[in-house]
Design a binder for this molecule. Structure first.
Ligand code: IMP
Ligand code: MG
Length: 180
């Protein structure tokens, strides 16, 4: 169907969200976030690597002062153990205490990663912690915190592009697609 040279010869089953649709929604999210934080220090904390494209576009649509930092989380131990813990491979040096933290994630699937991170971040006494996810599969059973800002409800398919990868490929694809 397509000959996008970025796709390693894989055929796109469906473009779930095209560039224009994403850009429009990111602008809306920027407005929602701007309104939601009338005062206080805002730290936008991107969960690497998946959030890097989304975060770059999103922060440019937020019309208030903010800081940006990132964190890298890694599950360790036996990956088949569902209660596997999360370790910070890169821990933001920015002080979190007293700040509004907006945790930016590419996609919420089981919600396990975010739940562990929330526990970890809350221990640093931020003023608030909210999640902004580009995509949400609405199948998260392990996340006990509402996702305040959601770009799109995602189909329960494996999606790539706009930061999302499959084996580290396709992060640079500017739209979100499901592969054959
Ligand atoms: P969770 O902890 O199960 O919510 O996993 C979330 C992480 O799994 C995301 O940050 C992604 O890195 C990855 N992930 C989950 N679903 C997809 C998908 O459809 N495509 C690409 N990565 C995904
Ligand atoms: Mg990933």
């Amino acid at each position: 169907m397509n000959a996008d040279p970025r796709l390693l010869g894989r055929a796109v089953k469906r473009i779930a969200f095209d560039e224009e649709t994403i850009a429009r929604r990111v602008r809306e999210l920027g407005r929602e976030i701007t309104t939601a934080y009338p005062d206080g220090d805002l730290l936008v904390l991107g969960l690497l690597k998946g959030s890097f494209v989304f975060l770059a576009d999103l922060v440019r649509e937020i019309r208030r002062p903010l800081h940006v930092d990132f964190l890298v989380a890694s599950s360790y131990g036996d990956a088949t153990v569902s209660s596997g813990t999360v370790r910070l491979v890169y821990d933001p040096e920015t002080e979190l205490e007293g700040k509004h933290i907006l945790l930016v994630e590419d996609i919420v699937d089981s919600g396990r990663t975010l739940q562990k991170l929330l526990t970890l971040l809350n221990a640093r006494r931020p003023k608030s912690v909210e999640i902004c996810a580009l995509l949400h599969k609405h199948i998260a059973t392990e996340l006990h915190h509402p996702t305040r800002f959601i770009g799109f409800d995602a189909p329960n398919e494996f999606l790539v592009g706009y930061g999302l990868d499959h084996a580290e490929n396709f992060r640079h694809v500017p739209y979100v697609a499901s592969l054959q």
